[in-house]
Design a protein around this ligand. Structure first.
Ligand SMILES: NC(=O)c1ccc[n+]([C@@H]2O[C@H](COP(=O)([O-])OP(=O)(O)OC[C@H]3O[C@@H](n4cnc5c(N)ncnc54)[C@H](O)[C@@H]3O)[C@@H](O)[C@H]2O)c1
Length: 439
């Protein structure tokens, strides 16, 4: 990048120009920014033109963590807008960020938005990047709005709770690609150094052909936020969203998706051909646990005959294990442990283990600055479809084919959002047609 081009860019640094610039299309074409991002940053920064303004939508546990990661990952990001349903979440998130990064967090009162329409105000702001970290149900709505507003996106998993929601996210991701907007997924293991190397070795043939996969996400229970007398039913469900399928997608989608995504990754990111499964509510049977299950066991199958046997359980006092076991024609691998066994040899990952959460943000901002925005839209959507496929196989007790899945038009949740009464949906009963959640 020569000095003449740089000063030309800086002198036209309005918010919209900056966004255009960061979207990278024009500049990447001229090669002005490509490859020179790191070297040129300090000088550009002094004039302020390389600051990436970041908004967070969903200021809960993960969202607050993602905002911290956004600052850690890039020297010139600033958090400038915060949005959440509830003002107290914004306050606690802001306190945490300001304490850690007093110089990088600039969120005046007028840039704090609460309520169900808070996301719309975010899209009207001059931020470059939005972090979509709310309850999963709202992700399609937020993805569409972010792409329409020309924002780069960090998108937590799962991307939807139903099939029509996934189709919306796929369409928004395609549009993002056309507009040179980044879409980076919160399926964080895709950015983990150890997992990437183990998967690469498997893909390079370290264990021969993959024969079968076992995915375990066997874990304990998560939080419950109780019920306050002043809360409407809607607020109660939004506070305790994990336990309502219309909000979380159930824990096979909300948590086990991390395992399913690795099986998908090893199968060229293709949605399986079919799935059968079984699951239920054995321990979490009280009303406070909404309508989700507490265990699922599935068998997914792809065209080439490879099967993935997947198990997830959220129960206290049981055996816990979270890992991925890959059986090949010439050996086997355990992904999270970072071990590959092939005839006469055991390989162990001994490389660095930087935070995958920071790494996904490093990749996001680097790709924006280099004018080559990452787009994780397909695999984050396909993993969500795989989770919904497994859930529906267990909820219905039927075999679910990919064709039937893709044609499923069921939309979960109310048709409009108000802080009043809301139907939580039925508890799914396998083998009982019509007894499907949300219908
Ligand atoms: N990648 C990971 O390892 C990881 C880890 C934890 C959570 N997550 C994902 O992150 C997301 C958030 O999880 P969390 O643990 O932070 O939950 P949380 O309940 O702590 O935070 C969610 C926040 O979103 C807000 N919110 C909900 N709907 C909203 C809307 N329409 N507009 C604005 N704000 C809204 C809530 O008020 C809440 O503050 C979930 O999708 C979850 O699956 C990912």
């Amino acid at each position: 990048m020569n000095e003449k081009s740089r000063s030309k860019i800086n002198s036209t640094d309005t918010a919209s120009n900056r966004r255009q610039f960061l979207a990278g299309s024009a500049m990447a074409g001229t090669g002005i920014w490509l490859g020179g991002a790191q070297a040129s940053m300090p000088m550009v920064h002094r004039s302020g033109s390389d600051v990436l303004k970041v908004a967070l939508i969903g200021c809960g546990g993960r969202g607050t963590g993602a905002a911290h990661d956004a600052i850690h990952a890039d020297s010139f990001t600033q958090i400038t807008v915060l949005a959440d349903l509830f003002p107290d979440r914004i306050t606690s998130c802001l306190e945490s960020l300001e304490k850690a990064f007093p110089d990088r967090v600039k969120v005046p009162e007028e840039n704090r938005f609460s309520g169900l329409d808070a996301y719309k105000k975010v899209m009207e702001s001059d931020v470059d990047v939005v972090l979509l970290c709310t309850t999963p149900h709202f992700r399609p709505q937020h993805m569409e709005a972010a792409v329409a507003a020309g924002k780069h996106i960090f998108c937590e998993k799962p991307v939807a709770v139903d099939v029509p929601g996934v189709h919306r996210v796929l369409a928004a991701s395609r549009e993002a690609k056309e507009k040179s907007l980044a879409v980076v997924s919160g399926l964080c293991w895709r950015y983990d150094s150890k997992v990437r190397e183990v998967i690469q070795r498997i893909q390079d043939g370290a264990i021969g052909d993959i024969v079968a996969i076992q995915e375990n996400y066997l874990t304990g229970t998560l939080w419950h936020r109780g019920r306050q007398p002043e809360w409407s039913e809607m607020e109660y469900q939004l506070q305790n969203w994990l336990y309502f399928t219309w909000l979380s997608g159930d824990h096979i989608a909300e948590q086990h998706i991390h395992s399913l995504d690795k099986a998908l990754w090893l199968n060229n990111d293709e949605v399986p051909l079919k799935c059968t499964g079984m699951g239920g509510r054995q321990v979490r049977t009280e009303e406070k646990w909404g309508n989700v299950y507490d265990h699922f066991a599935c068998c997914f199958e792809w065209e080439n005959g490879v099967k993935a046997f997947t198990f997830t359980r959220q129960m206290a006092g049981c055996y816990n294990d979270v890992d991925d076991y890959i059986l090949g024609s010439k050996g086997n691998a355990q992904i999270l442990r970072g071990v590959i066994n092939s005839p006469g040899e055991t390989w162990r990952y001994r490389g660095r283990t930087p935070s995958m959460y920071v790494q996904e943000h490093e990749a996001l901002y680097k790709s924006i600055r280099e004018g080559n925005p990452i787009n994780d839209g397909v695999y984050m959507s396909h993993s969500t479809l795989m989770a919904i496929m497994g859930r529906e196989a267990c909820y219905t007790g039927q075999e679910i084919t990919r064709d039937a899945l893709l044609a499923d038009a069921t939309v979960l949740g109310p048709s409009s959002y108000e802080f009043g009464d809301v139907d939580p949906g039925l508890i799914a009963m396998p083998g009982a047609p019509g007894k499907k959640v949300g219908t």
